[in-house]
Structure formats: C-alpha cells, structure tokens
Ligand binder design. Structure first.
Ligand SMILES: [Mn+2]
Length: 227
C-alpha cells in the first residue's frame, strides 16, 4: 500500500510479537506470532509530497486482550489521552511527555511495580518508571519521520506548540520477559499506541483517528477482519 498509494515506506516497519515488542526499533521482524501474545505494528507511509506518517497499534494475536494486557493497554491509552489534552498552542512540547509520564507512573505505583512512590519517580532524581518506558512520548513529524530531531532544546522540547505543527503522541509500556523485578503476568508485554497529531488554533486533530485505539475498538476491528 505504501508504494501504490504513496511514495514509499516512511521508515522501516516494526512488526514485533510478544517479547520482541519490548525491544525498541525491532526491525528484524522475525519471530513467531503466538496465540495469547500481543503484536506491535509501527508503520508509516511516505506520501507523494514526501511527508511521512508514523503510526503504531498493538493487537492481541487471537483477537482478545487478556485481563492484564487490557489493563496495561488502558494505562497507555490514558497516558496518550493525557498528552492529547495538553496538545494545544501555548503549551510547551515537553508537557506532552510530562502528562503521559504522570499517568504511567501512577498506574505503575497502583500495580505495585514501582519501588518508590509515583511522586518520587516523577522527580528528576527519580525516574524509576522509565525502566518500562525509556523513550520520549513525542517527536515532530514531517519530511523526516523524526523531523528536526537535531534542533536545539529551546526550539524543540522547550518550545511552545504552534498551530500547524505535526507530531506524534506515543506512550508505551515495555515489560521484558527477563525482568525479574515484576510479577510474571506482566512479562513479555510490550504496548505502544502512536498517533499523528496536528496542532490547531484551539487544540488538536488526531490525524490517525481512523484506526481504532481502544481495547473494544481493536477487538471489534479484528473480529471484522477475521470474517
Ligand atoms: Mn514515532
């Protein structure tokens, strides 16, 4: 589709099932797709204008999230929605990340995974929650998938959002199979939800909203595709 409807792939597709989804930039795209596991797909079409999309969805292979998978998924979704809520002109770019981390740290605290309080984890000296969410929540999107990534901090992280800017919102949680610091039920779950967002005069538009982004929406979508 990237080559028929667009110019090409925007970047190397990431297709990772189970524990592979907990490894960032898994572009080997090998491994098996297993019943009961989650499949993470991060893919984007580069349009004929050469601007690219960058979207991620995470699916249960058998079409139904388990209870713990849904719980983790909903925390990631809640973090994304918190970032969407501050994605408007006048807010600083780094506030997108701050809003998402606030949610994730509190959920990790509730689940008893954080060795400290969410409050401590959210301080600069803390950061314990980053064990399971080690990357940024947002990057600008344009001709390059990580557009202007080399820009100075005052023009990027510390800059104000302005109408016309396009960026991603992509919180995640990655629990590695070999992570002995967490209960077994979490291990091997990697979830990222990534949307492309246009900043407007009074808020934002989710450019990738046509793809389901809730547990129910994804399960319904998969049920339809399976017919
Ligand atoms: Mn991205």
């Amino acid at each position: 589709m990237a080559r028929t409807d667009g110019n090409d792939l925007g970047y190397d597709t990431i297709a990772a099932c189970g524990n592979n989804a907990t490894i960032l930039h898994w572009i080997r795209n090998n491994g098996t797709v297993d019943d009961g596991k989650l499949l993470l797909l991060d893919a984007g079409v580069e349009d004929d204008t050469l601007y690219t999309a960058d979207v991620t969805r995470t699916f249960p292979v058998n079409g139904k999230f388990t209870e713990v998978q849904a719980k983790v998924y909903n925390a990631v979704l809640e973090a994304a929605d918190a970032a969407f809520a501050v994605a408007k002109p006048g807010r600083k770019f780094h506030e997108l990340h701050d809003a998402a981390m606030e949610v994730l740290a509190h959920r990790l605290e509730e689940w008893g995974l954080l060795p400290v309080s969410a409050e401590v984890s959210l301080t600069i000296e803390g950061g314990q929650h980053r064990r399971w969410m080690p990357h940024g929540t947002s990057h600008h999107l344009g001709l390059d998938v990580h557009d202007c990534a080399q820009a100075k901090a005052e023009l990027y992280m510390w800059a104000e959002l302005e109408p016309g800017m396009v960026f991603t919102i992509e919180p995640a949680l990655y629990f590695k199979e070999e992570d002995m610091s967490i209960p077994e039920e979490y291990r091997g779950i990697g979830i990222r939800l990534e949307d492309d967002v246009l900043c407007t005069e009074d808020g934002n538009v989710n450019l990738s909203a046509a793809l389901p982004r809730t547990v129910e929406g994804i399960e319904e979508w998969m049920a339809k595709l399976a017919k």
